[in-house]
Design a protein around this ligand. Structure first.
Ligand code: SF4
Ligand code: SF4
Length: 316
């Protein structure tokens, strides 16, 4: 799998992946004040839309394919390059930059042509968020408590003149302005899958089949839907009819369901149940295999015994 070399430059998506030299050492809360403004009048306008890796989340891909009115597989082919996520073996995609200018395919001198559907990483920049629950299981704490376990930080790059602007706002106001709350909600479980994989380290390997499933579900919901409805999936897993109807019609529901399915298949999370008759059939199959191996041992024993008896008779 090839990867565009960005020398470690990446718009903030995975909080722990960015180059620490860019991060201002101060931990911020939602109420911390930041002085920043990005607008077409800054001398660096669109400077951050090139020479950088922009990882796409499943929701980013969904929004961009809707915006461009193209099937996911075409979008993936035309606009992305394959990457490994967070230095794990989990395959993902990043925006494919122009070969010569290393610029985002959606940037023009006037700005971003997909602005209202721009990827999550473009929205988060330059305010990153770290969540102590990344990679772990969701606790039973309420929203307020878990918000307290998040903190924010600024990624400051020399070329970015937005910090010289006069506008001051809280992190909360900045995030609301950039529409990151919906993105957070949509990306949360997917980011958690990647961080969980990362926390297991390289010694725990994922099968090729698991990696292929992760990639397909993360990048191409149309194919994932075909997999659900055209394979033995619905005969295997217990699912409420209401959920089946939702994921048949609604892409966002399907995406959120895919995260659950991946958590169950990749990490054994107890979020999906296999149907009783499937379990019975599997048990019978295993028992059958065991019976067959017992019979095989008996046959081997009989063969060896017969050979020994023959030998003994010949000696006599
Ligand atoms: S998607 Fe838009 S905001 Fe993001 S890098 Fe490309 S042009 Fe810039
Ligand atoms: S470099 Fe900073 S100020 Fe300049 S366009 Fe990008 S975010 Fe805005």
């Amino acid at each position: 799998m090839s990867e565009q070399d960005m020398s470690g430059k990446e718009k903030v998506l995975f909080s722990k992946a960015i180059n620490p030299s860019n991060i201002m050492p101060k931990k911020l809360t939602l109420d911390s004040k930041i002085k920043f403004r990005c607008h077409p009048g800054v001398s660096c306008f669109t400077a951050c839309c090139g020479g950088i890796k922009i990882i796409l989340t499943p929701y980013d891909i969904l929004m961009l394919t809707r915006r461009l009115d193209m099937p996911a597989h075409e979008f993936i082919q035309q606009y992305t390059v394959p990457v490994y996520l967070e230095k794990t073996d989990m395959p993902g995609v990043a925006l494919k930059l122009g070969e010569e200018d290393q610029r985002c395919p959606f940037v023009t001198p006037e700005g971003c042509t997909v602005y209202t559907d721009r990827p999550s990483a473009c929205r988060y920049y330059p305010v990153g968020m770290a969540d102590f629950h990344e990679g772990g299981s969701e606790s039973s704490k309420n929203e307020e408590q878990s918000a307290e376990e998040k903190f924010f930080f600024i990624v400051k790059e020399d070329h970015c003149k937005g910090f010289e602007e006069d506008k001051e706002w809280t992190v909360r106001e900045w995030r609301a302005d950039q529409g990151v709350d919906v993105r957070d909600e949509m990306n949360k479980e997917w980011l958690r899958l990647v961080m969980r994989r990362k926390s297991y380290g390289p010694q725990a390997s994922l099968s090729d089949q698991a990696k292929r499933m992760f990639f397909m579900a993360s990048t191409d919901l149309e194919h994932f839907r075909t997999f659900i409805f055209k394979s033995s999936f619905l005969d295997t897993y217990e699912m409420e009819q209401e959920l089946i109807d939702k994921i048949r019609e609604d892409d966002v529901e399907l995406m959120l369901f895919s995260f659950k399915y991946l958590a169950a298949t990749l990490f054994g999370a107890q979020v999906m149940n296999i149907k009783e008759d499937r379990i019975k059939a599997k048990v019978e199959e295993i028992k059958g295999r065991q019976d067959e191996s017992v019979l095989e041992s008996v046959r081997d024993y009989e063969t060896i015994k017969a050979a020994r008896d023959l030998e003994k008779n010949q000696i006599k």
